[in-house]
Design a protein around this ligand. Structure first.
Ligand code: PMP
Length: 450
């Protein structure tokens, strides 16, 4: 109900109170939403209305890959808006054509033609439709520990509990187990055998197998090297396409352009967003192989949006991709990632509640446990949906109090800073986490005494 104040409202400033009253907070009990007004971003930091500065150790929503001072991108956007603010998708702009060509160059192998949208979820919606049109089949296999977006098709192929409120969702979606070495009863390659079995048992009905090559918000899961190549093989053996959702893993996050590059796998369709513009503009993209592109020469491409290829968004995308290249940010992420790994290992040695540290490049997770032998999580996937807050939230909130913003999901802290982060900034952030992890260490000890 509008106009009602909860106790926490008293700590909000006027803007934050207005926002809380009139704007929905995402994925939250609205009574618990306490928006913080941000007034400035710079480099790898952001500043709130009280003048407190924070290290952005998660690149906001794992999307600010370029940091917050990418002038080439801001200039490209403002020039574009001043020049040609908007044209319908039937027209084109220089940036749209050039970005299409660039994406064909930086994505693996034969991926060649792009459909532009404005978000990750729309990129996935397009991938689902294209896979269905092209194969003439309907079903999509995806995995339980996955997130592919909030709109109906994407939330239906999403495996994590965010899907539950939208179920049964669109027809023809099937979920498979994941390569989750730390927490699953199946070992990663066994989970792949399971998918192979599903493909056999479903007969010739599967349009695509859709995966995040490195699982992002569901815990930063890196599969064994043989996993993705074998997944492509078994999908193709059964006439299904491989769709890689690179919305979070793409654009240097892993120290390669794309997650699938780590395994030398070329998907049939790839989805992108987030790092595509480094979050300077909302832009999603779905790129397909030349064979799939060719199919639509004489078959209608039944898809489109008003803002498909929006001039300012593609201008941001083009300038962002040029920035990754000219600033060698992919290599930089690889090196910074190696340093980050050593620092997270330090935390794992020191804190009993750190069950696992994992990841690659600047895409890493710290999974917490209240019992390291039995690997018991502090909060389950279901807790997160029903109760909202878990011990991991408290650790993240303590880190925030120490000047470091770190995202968290279910039982894992997610570290995905701008690729521009320095070792000294990593050290500062790790110091703040070091102190915050005492919260989970203490919670673990209290549990042991129960
Ligand atoms: N796919 C993946 C892998 C994602 O991580 C996300 C967002 N976190 C999405 C799709 C959806 O992107 P968006 O929020 O831009 O719709």
């Amino acid at each position: 109900m509008s106009g009602q104040e909860s106790e926490s409202d008293t700590t909000l400033n006027e803007i934050e109170r207005i926002d809380k009253e009139y704007v929905f907070g995402t994925w939250s009990f609205q009574s618990e939403v306490n928006p913080t007004e941000i007034v400035h971003t710079d480099g790898v930091t952001f500043t709130d209305a009280n003048g407190n500065e924070y290290i952005d150790f998660s690149g906001q929503l794992m999307c600010s890959n370029l940091g917050h001072s990418a002038e080439r991108v801001t200039e490209a956007v403002s020039e574009q808006i001043n020049d040609t603010a908007y044209v319908a998708p039937g027209f084109t702009t220089e940036a749209r054509a050039k970005l299409g060509k660039k994406l064909a160059a930086v994505t693996p192998g034969d991926l060649s033609k792009t459909f532009f949208s404005t978000s990750g979820t729309e990129a996935v919606e397009a991938a689902i439709k294209i896979a269905r049109f092209y194969t003439g089949k309907q079903k999509i296999i995806s995995r339980y520990r996955s997130y592919h977006g909030a709109t109906y098709g994407s939330i239906s192929v999403t495996g994590d509990p965010r899907r539950l409120a939208a179920e049964p969702g669109i027809p023809g979606t099937i979920k498979a187990p994941d390569p989750y070495a730390y927490g699953s009863t199946l070992d990663p390659m066994q989970s792949l055998d399971y998918i192979e079995e599903m493909l056999k048992l479903e007969g010739d009905t599967i349009a695509a197998v859709l995966v995040e090559p490195i699982v992002g918000s569901n815990g930063i899961l890196v599969p064994p090297n043989e996993y993705l190549p074998r997944l492509k093989e078994i999908a193709h053996e059964h006439g299904a396409l491989l769709v890689c959702d690179e919305v979070m893993a793409g654009f240097g996050r892993t120290g390669e352009w794309f997650g699938c590059d780590l395994f030398d796998v070329e998907p049939d369709i790839m989805t992108m967003a987030k790092g595509l513009t480094g979050a300077y503009q909302p832009l999603g993209a779905t790129i397909v192989s030349s064979e799939i592109a060719e199919y639509f020469e004489d078959t209608m491409f039944c898809h489109g949006h008003t803002y498909s290829g929006h001039p300012a968004a593609v201008a941001a995308g083009l300038a962002a991709v040029e920035t990754y290249q000219s600033e060698n940010l992919i290599e930089q992420a690889r090196e910074a990632g190696e340093y980050l790994e050593t620092r997270l290992d330090d935390l794992a040695k020191k804190h009993p509640s750190v069950g696992d540290t994992r990841g690659i490049g600047l895409f890493r997770g710290i999974e917490l446990t209240k019992n390291s032998k039995k690997r018991v999580p502090f909060g389950t996937r279901e807790d997160k949906v029903s109760k909202g807050s878990t011990v991991v939230d408290e650790v993240a909130s303590k880190a925030y109090g120490n000047g470091v913003y770190v995202a968290n999901m279910i039982n894992t802290l997610i570290i995905a800073p701008p690729l521009t982060i320095t070792n000294a900034e990593i050290d500062d952030a790790v110091t703040a986490l070091d102190s915050a992890l005492k919260v989970s260490d203490n919670a673990m000890e209290e549990g042991l005494m129960e």
